[in-house]
Design a protein around this ligand. Structure first.
Ligand code: BES
Ligand code: ZN
Length: 621
């Protein structure tokens, strides 16, 4: 054992003893060490600062291969650095000077993958990892040409959140660890490559693309899309990417994005990322949207033709502040990302569409929240804002609680302190924590110091600790109502009283009114009633995915079989998990529906991304 290693050993033992005797104190001595139970990294010992990625994308064998060169920072005594990997083959590790480094891959954990431990030398500042991904890497979805709109070229996209970045890049895969990156990506010459960074607007002649992300970001925001993709500018610093046959429709749908940007900057300060573009992906994308910096990834199911589902873009844009600029330090703090973003999203929508519009979104969200809390039970620990996901998949924390209970808390605070004061607080919060990751407890300290101060009556009125650390919905929540939905409720009453659907006053209804209408139809309807409704309003054949999904749910529960072929078509082509979960669940709960669900799933599964497969495999097991 060399002297340095021996000294390190002594240090580790001393530290372990010290920690064992003084758990409290060691926390205080280490204020920056936030324990992330979903990463093997030990950032207190050695942490990444910058990545130089050089990869090539091979559609033939569905692998990415190349090198991840990491600039690192160590505490003086560091003997090793630990990375997260999942299914990666590590071919070779070298230091910055090209000399080989010793490394080991540890035992595999089903959620977390394997730790990659690299031995460091004195003054090591860089490690270069040469690696190959697995053909079934969790973050990667490889599409055959038939699964794209154009049917001519293959397509690849990544989904790194929450802990899947490690399946395509060896990284310290924790939202509390940030790094800047440069990348060089080689793809087939006919295809365009885009990342969560400064992006090209045209194909290169040789299939090589270079990217720079100068701001420090967490690994879950690493992203790549490769395909036959075109660009269309929207405004000053906004634009859209999509397959050629979709690009015009997407540009039309997103015409308001520049206004959203202007409204967002007006609310909470300068947009710090340069450009903001949206890429509309093929329908198997498992989420509605993903806030990859400079390039939001979006599902094509929001291209409704009437711009009615664009609040999703407001949501992903808002993440440029809440999430990407100020990031949840661990997945237990997920509400800091999503609750703030839902609040910000609705403020943007209020600014461009007016309060009655934003009120509809808020009320739909609040109803979702109440349903979720009812389903989970109001004493369930997962209904707390601060989660405890140790030993679990962080995906388990992705529920309406983080989004809508988070939103309800922020709206409650807004009402208690007044909007002007709350806006000033939020703006200052984003600025003072820019490019940093924050724990719930750090937020609480800041809230106490900057918003509450000595006003104990105010603190008591809001009682924020109950919201955060206790399950269920606190009784002091803000009230939600919508004047536009009152007209819908009126129509629903008339329908129940026997009016014919065609006689209802539905002119000028937006998607949101229709959604409210479908969701509040009488629970039990016979096929004749369903048919009359469908003939009047054409829900089954609607081109609007939100309306279709809501209608199909109602159709399954009432065994309205005329809708089943369209339902099957929808489930086979759309991989968006938010739609899949309720639809498959309703099928399994309906008589004979389990078999139908399994039949459809057999056809649909090859079209779904890993995260949707995981969920539906579990659901149908
Ligand atoms: N960041 C999320 C998506 C996500 C969360 C992916 C957790 C993986 C793990 C994104 O911003 C989001 O919330 N998307 C929503 C849409 C939004 C309008 C509520 C979605 O995909 O449905
Ligand atoms: Zn979000």
């Amino acid at each position: 054992m060399n002297k340095l290693r021996f000294l390190q050993g002594v240090c580790v033992i001393t530290w372990a003893l010290f920690t064992a005797c003084n758990p409290q104190q060691s926390q205080e001595h280490n204020p920056n060490s936030t324990m992330d139970v979903h990463s093997f990294a030990q950032p207190d010992v050695a942490v990444v600062k910058h990545l130089d990625l050089a990869i090539s994308v091979n559609f033939g064998n569905r692998i990415i291969s190349g090198t991840a060169a990491w600039e690192i920072e160590t505490n003086g005594a560091a003997g090793q650095i630990v990375f997260d990997t999942k299914g990666l083959e590590i071919e070779k590790v070298t230091y910055g000077n090209g000399n080989p480094a010793e490394f080991t891959l540890g035992k595999e954990d089903p959620h977390l993958g394997q730790p990659l431990t690299i031995q460091l030398q004195e003054n090591t500042e860089k490690v270069v990892i040469q690696y190959v991904t697995s053909p079934d890497a969790a973050a990667l979805q490889w599409l055959d040409p038939q699964q794209t709109a154009g049917k001519e070229y293959p397509y690849l996209f990544t989904q790194s959140q929450a802990i899947l970045a490690r399946s395509w890049i060896p990284c310290q895969d924790s939202p509390g660890i940030r790094f800047s990156y440069n990348a060089k990506v080689q793809v087939p010459t006919d295809l365009l490559a885009l990342m969560s960074a400064g992006n090209p607007t045209e194909k290169s002649s040789d299939g090589t693309y270079t990217f720079q992300q100068p701001h420090p970001i967490p690994s879950y925001l690493m992203a790549l899309a490769v395909g036959d993709i075109r660009f269309h500018a929207i405004g000053r610093n906004t634009g859209v990417y999509a397959e050629p046959s979709m690009i015009e429709a997407c540009a039309y749908e997103f015409a308001d994005v520049q206004h959203m940007m202007d409204a967002a900057e007006e609310l909470y300060g300068e947009y710090r990322w340069g450009r903001y573009d949206v890429i509309v992906l093929p329908p198997s994308f498992p989420f509605g949207g993903m806030e990859n910096p400079e390039l939001t990834f979006a599902t094509p199911t929001i291209i409704a033709g009437d711009r009615s589902l664009v609040s999703l873009v407001a949501h992903e844009l808002a993440h440029s502040w809440s999430g990407n600029l100020v990031t949840n330090a661990t997945w237990d703090d997920f509400w800091l990302n999503e609750g703030f973003t839902v609040y910000f999203e609705r403020r943007i929508m209020e600014a461009i569409e007016g309060r009655p519009y934003a009120d509809m979104l808020a009320l739909i969200g609040f109803q979702d929240l109440k349903n979720t809390i009812q389903r989970l039970g109001d004493t369930d620990p997962d209904t707390r804002l601060k989660l405890d996901l140790k030993g679990r998949n962080p995906d388990d924390g992705v529920t309406d609680v983080a989004y809508e209970k988070g939103f309800a808390l922020l709206r409650t605070i807004e009402q208690a302190v007044g909007r002007e004061r709350f806006d000033a607080f939020l703006k200052k919060y984003f600025n003072s924590h820019a490019f940093n990751s924050v724990t719930t407890e750090e937020f609480l300290d800041y809230y106490q110091k900057e918003l509450i101060g000595a006003d104990s009556a105010l603190a008591k009125k809001i009682n924020i600790r109950q919201w955060i650390y206790e399950p269920g919905l606190p009784g002091n929540h803000a009230e939600f109502s919508s004047e536009r939905f009152e007209a819908v409720d009126q129509a629903l009453t008339e329908l129940e009283n026997g009016s014919a659907p065609a006689q209802l006053q539905t002119q000028n209804w937006s998607t949101h009114e229709w959604l409210h209408f479908i969701r509040h139809l009488p629970e039990n309807m016979d096929s004749a009633q369903m048919k009359t409704l469908d003939e009047a309003f054409h829900f089954t054949g609607s081109g609007n995915s939100e309306l279709q999904a809501a209608w199909f749910l109602h159709a399954i529960r009432n065994r309205y079989e005329a809708a089943y072929p369209a339902l099957e078509e929808f489930l086979v082509h759309v991989g968006r998990r938010k739609f899949l979960i309720p639809l498959y669940t309703a099928l399994t709960e309906s008589p004979g529906g389990k078999e139908m669900a399994e039949l459809i799933y057999r056809k649909a599964r090859p079209n779904y991304h890993y995260v949707s497969r995981q969920t539906i495999d579990e659901l149908l097991r």
